[in-house]
Ligand binder design. Structure first.
Ligand SMILES: [Fe+2]
Length: 407
């Protein structure tokens, strides 16, 4: 009896100091780049987005040694009234400078930084968002890169993007796609500044060690070096080829650049998007998304990109969507209307040009509080998640019942 009691007492004594000893062990292990699962560190390894992952289902950051390096995308929002002044100030500097910022900073833009991602230049784990302003005369030289990118035009008009020779005149609500492996250049030859949102899957490609850019555009002639591409196809080429639903031209190659199955339609016009949404506003729509339409490659019917998926949705006055969560992160910009979006227990009020970031498997819902229709544009990494077999979506019905929408 005496000999059996001693080990039990010794074990109890260690247990009372176990927390302290484990943290000390972790500190020693750090010198050898080894991480010990301790009480403080443990949350870093727990599932982030689960119903039990914290009060809002938004997980819990570690307080231990790993905390400084822990990256978890957080719900976030940016208001037009807050970010617009920075663009105006850039424009003001550019208009009075002997050397414009675009000359020494490559672009005149602001980048949205998600606080959960440790200061990295990314708005979600896979997406980068830059908001650019091009003052009259600005040119972003022709370049090509591995990242898939797009421009969503916020200004009423002005500015252009040339993608593989197709001139795209920028108008508010337009979506201009630059699939990976396409040469593109931008500029503004109008007399007023133009603002647009650039979305890229750059962070994803950085993680994959596959982010690269080539600036060495040779121009139309083999011996010339040009900053901008020649216009081979005039503005509206995409719409002329593919802008009639259900009809596909048979006399052109649908290949743009050299990427794999690139989106054949480069320029989606905002006016066409709005007309399509308005034409369907009498329909019942989706309880979780309202009247939603996806931007698709007209040749394949699949999403515009193999990583990024784009959509536009209309919410009628007073419309409230039911809570939904998806295994993707979604960036949203408001094109019209007023309302709010709840994401993981946080509320983001919005009006035109405001931005909200919704996250992987956090419950979210939209409410149009205005007297008119609201129009929201989204870009998400749902394509990527689908392609790697990870896309799921759930909805919560009025009684609280959770249903599978997609699996
Ligand atoms: Fe680019």
């Amino acid at each position: 009896m005496t000999t059996a009691a001693k080990p039990a007492q010794a074990l109890k004594a260690i247990s009372s100091k176990a927390r302290e000893l484990m943290e000390q062990l972790n500190a020693d292990a750090a010198k050898l780049d080894i991480w010990v699962r301790t009480e403080m560190n443990a949350p870093a390894q727990r599932s982030w987005f689960t119903d039990t992952g914290g009060e809002t289902g938004a997980g819990q950051l570690s307080s231990g040694r790993i905390a400084a390096n822990q990256v978890k995308t957080l719900p976030a929002g940016w208001r037009w009234k807050d970010y617009r002044p920075f663009l105006d100030r850039i424009s003001d500097i550019a208009s009075r400078a002997d050397v414009s910022p675009i000359e020494f900073a490559d672009r005149q833009s602001i980048l949205l930084v998600n606080r959960g991602l440790g200061g990295r230049l990314q708005v979600t784990s896979t997406m980068r968002c830059a908001i650019s302003i091009y003052t009259p005369g600005d040119v972003a030289p022709a370049h090509i890169h591995s990242a898939n990118a797009s421009r969503t035009i916020l200004s009423e008009r002005g500015g252009y993007t040339n993608v593989e020779g197709e001139r795209c005149e920028a108008v508010r609500g337009d979506l201009i796609i630059t699939p990976n492996g396409t040469w593109h250049d931008h500029g503004n030859d109008s007399d007023t500044p133009v603002i647009w949102i650039d979305m890229l899957d750059w962070p994803l490609l950085e993680v994959l060690d596959c982010a690269w850019v080539d600036l060495d555009y040779k121009g139309a002639g083999a011996d010339s070096s040009a900053k901008i591409q020649k216009t081979v196809h005039t503005d509206g080429y995409s719409a002329r080829l593919y802008g009639h639903g259900g009809l596909k031209p048979t006399f052109v190659s649908h290949q743009r650049g050299w990427g794999h199955d690139p989106d054949a339609m480069i320029h989606y016009r905002g006016a066409d998007v709005r007309e399509a949404l308005d034409g369907l506003r009498q329909e019942k729509g989706d309880p979780y998304e309202g009247i939603q339409m996806e931007f698709v490659n007209p040749v394949t019917g699949r999403p515009v990109g193999s990583t990024l998926k784009y959509a536009a949705q209309l919410l009628r006055a007073g419309e409230q969507t039911l809570p939904k969560r998806e295994t993707c992160s979604t960036f949203m910009v408001v094109m019209d209307g007023q309302g709010y979006t709840d994401v993981g227990g946080r509320r983001f009020e919005w009006e035109p040009n405001d931005i909200v970031v919704m996250l992987n498997f956090l419950w979210r819902r939209h409410v149009n509080t205005g007297k008119n229709d609201a129009v929201l544009y989204t870009v998400s990494d749902a394509s990527l998640m689908t392609n790697i077999g990870q896309y799921r979506a759930q909805g919560r019905q009025p009684g609280g019942n959770v249903v599978q929408i997609a699996r």
